[in-house]
Design a protein around this ligand. Structure first.
Ligand code: SDX
Length: 366
């Protein structure tokens, strides 16, 4: 995750020193105790996790830019950890002036890359009725994200599954959520708002929300033996089959090719996921047979990712936030890139409504 994030933000793979410095920044920036305490005071189990994520980002901005914070030596977490300020890269207290950080956009981009994992894990914990867990500075990004969510340090396999999934979802050209983030960047709003716009766009079931919709669809089908009938009914109702199709890929999404065998891996000793996986295999076969050649509709990145996240212990409504934990890298990277030569997005629309209408006084209207 760390190497790929660095590559996407900086356009080159990091050398030893650059990677170590980047990792240290992410380890520091993933500590957001005041942000987590603030959102933890909300009944987050009543919020859609993507809405909670947006609130987390706005809270993070307020705390980082909204004023000064009490002095505190950088010691191990002590009893009044809640009064901890967010700390800078060198452990100094961050004094922020409202309306404008003392940090440049790249530092804020790093903070957002580090912070989304922390906020998402806290949302997952609170939804389970548990307290958020502080990050473990000894763990890499993927392992720490799983640790903050489950409370267990993950196995090497689980860590690698998470790491690969995060890498695959990091950036993908001019997809809807990246475009949304860049549009907000072009107005010179701040990167927090850009990420908030990306979160909003990604939450739609036609985009990032598909990974959650796929698992609900597979559960609705109930087993491989029901696929044919279910598919025929779905086609008759002109339903979109979640996890299939793509505006750009008119072939099997290369990311799905990587995720499919990983989904099979998590079926081991997990009969519920095995059943979902077998249903998915059968549905893939039926959809490709009927829609593959004619309409170029094949599995996309969202088709198998949910089964992996389910196997790693996440509930389905957390799947899209996990997509955001990864795609935030693409969002901030594209925003930083665009801002180097910024011009506000202002598309033209062709008016196609009636012309020449006369004003009709209210009393004369039907
Ligand atoms: C992501 O842009 C990106 O790169 C996105 C993404 C990324 O990394 O950022 O790759 C991540 O969002 C993947 C897509 C996840 N969404 C889904 O799985 C939802 C289901 N997919 C569809 O809604 C659809 O395929 C889209 C939204 C992904 C693409 O839509 P398009 O390109 O606008 O295609 P369309 O809706 O114009 O469909 C073209 C034809 C239509 O048939 P006709 O009306 O011409 O007869 O193909 C049909 C559609 O009905 N079709 C499908 C279908 N997808 C397209 N029919 C059934 N099931 C589907 N999934």
């Amino acid at each position: 995750f760390e190497e790929t994030a660095y590559l996407i933000i900086h356009g080159k793979l990091p050398n030893d020193a650059e990677l170590a410095a980047f990792k240290e920044k992410l380890v520091t920036y993933r500590e957001l105790p005041r942000t987590i305490r603030t959102i933890g005071s909300l009944p987050l189990e009543q919020y859609s996790p993507m809405a909670a994520l947006s609130i987390g980002i706005d809270t993070m901005r307020t705390i980082l830019t909204g004023g000064t914070s009490p002095k505190r030596p950088r010691t191990p977490v002590d009893t009044d950890a809640d009064t901890v300020a967010e700390i800078g890269a060198n452990g100094e207290e961050l004094e922020y002036k409202a309306k404008g950080n003392t940090e440049d956009n790249l530092e804020i981009a790093y903070r957002l890359v580090a912070g989304l994992g922390t906020i998402t894990a806290a949302i997952a914990r609170i939804r389970q009725g548990r307290l958020p867990i502080e990050p473990d500075p000894e763990l890499g990004f993927a392992a720490n994200f799983l640790y903050m969510t489950t409370g267990q340090r993950p196995s090497k396999t689980a860590e690698r599954l998470m790491d690969i999934s995060l890498i695959l979802h990091m950036d993908h050209g001019m997809n809807a959520s990246t475009f949304a983030a860049m549009l907000v960047a072009s107005t010179q709003s701040d990167l927090f708002h850009c990420v908030g716009a990306g979160i909003g766009a990604l939450s739609g079931p036609l985009h990032g929300g598909a990974n959650e919709a796929v698992v609900h669809m597979l559960e609705e089908i109930g087993g491989p033996e029901n696929v044919e009938d279910w598919f025929r009914k779905a086609r008759a109702e002109k339903r979109k089959i979640m996890g299939f199709g793509h505006r750009v890929y008119k072939t099997y999404d290369p990311r799905a090719r990587v995720l499919k065998p990983l989904a099979e891996l998590v079926t081991k000793d997990n009969p519920e996921i095995t059943r979902l996986y077998e249903t998915a295999l059968k549905l893939e076969e039926v959809v490709i047979k009927e829609l593959g050649q004619e309409k170029k509709i094949f599995p996309n990145v969202d088709y198998y990712s949910g089964l992996i996240y389910k196997g790693l212990g996440f509930e389905p409504c957390m799947f899209t936030p996990i997509f955001a934990v990864s795609r935030v890298v693409g969002w901030v990277a594209r925003c930083l890139e665009y801002l180097e030569n910024n011009r506000i997005f202002r598309p033209r629309a062709v008016y196609s409504g009636p012309v020449g209408n006369e004003y009709i006084p209210l009393e004369e209207r039907e």
